[in-house]
Ligand binder design. Structure first.
Ligand code: GRF
Length: 192
């Protein structure tokens, strides 16, 4: 059984879709939800779903062991970032090479990097009068929003779109594609 850890900072709508997708899987189990924000919606999801949760402290994460021992002790095989707003430290990337995936609510490399998250992204896309936006699902390496792209999906941006109407379209793409891309990547890695 492949054990997944989901790292999230916010509402956790992506985490919920991933949990739903693998609920009856015989091969993949969401074993842990890690969060850096006490009281975040994703922690309530963990509680309701009976999934173990881990509160991530800044010091331990960035200057300590980045919880690698805890993750290994829980036999975590693969890490899914689902709206996790901190940069993954090298010690965690080194412990999970090619095994950390992230979703970004824009078509990288544009509208990526530090500070580009949530509505900041959609506001910039609209301000630049882009005709389309979308999502990028990619493996995580040492640089923000930079690792190998696994999938990009697009949606139109219209003249009447606001950051929130665009966010809604992006969330639909995320909720559909993220669980499926995770499953596909795990299958590919299993057979590599
Ligand atoms: C999503 O828009 C995702 O693209 C970004 O953070 C947001 C997480 O939303 N990385 P949620 O917490 O999953 O609802």
């Amino acid at each position: 059984m492949i054990q997944l850890a989901i790292f999230a900072s916010g509402a956790g709508s992506n985490a919920q879709k991933i949990i739903d997708h693998f609920r009856n899987s015989a091969a993949i189990n969401v074993a842990l939800i890690a969060c850096n924000k006490p009281g975040a919606g994703v922690l309530a999801i963990a509680q309701r779903e009976g999934i173990a949760s881990l509160l991530i402290e800044k010091e331990a994460f960035f200057t300590g062991d980045a919880y690698v021992p805890v993750l290994k002790e829980k036999e975590i095989d693969f890490i899914v970032l689902a709206g996790f707003l901190w940069k993954v430290p090298p010690v965690l990337i080194a412990a999970y090479p090619g095994k950390i995936v992230n979703i970004h609510p824009a078509l990288l490399p544009k509208y990526g990097g530090k500070g580009m998250y949530g509505n900041h992204v959609h506001e910039a896309v609209i301000a630049n009068k882009e005709k389309e936006s979308g999502i990028t699902i990619h493996l995580v390496d040492e640089l923000y929003d930079h690792g190998r792209t696994l999938l990009q999906a697009t949606c139109p941006v219209t003249a009447t779109d606001t950051a929130s109407s665009l966010a809604q379209k992006i969330h639909l793409l995320e909720h559909y594609y993220y669980p499926r891309v995770i499953e596909q990547e795990l299958r590919l890695q299993k057979h590599s």
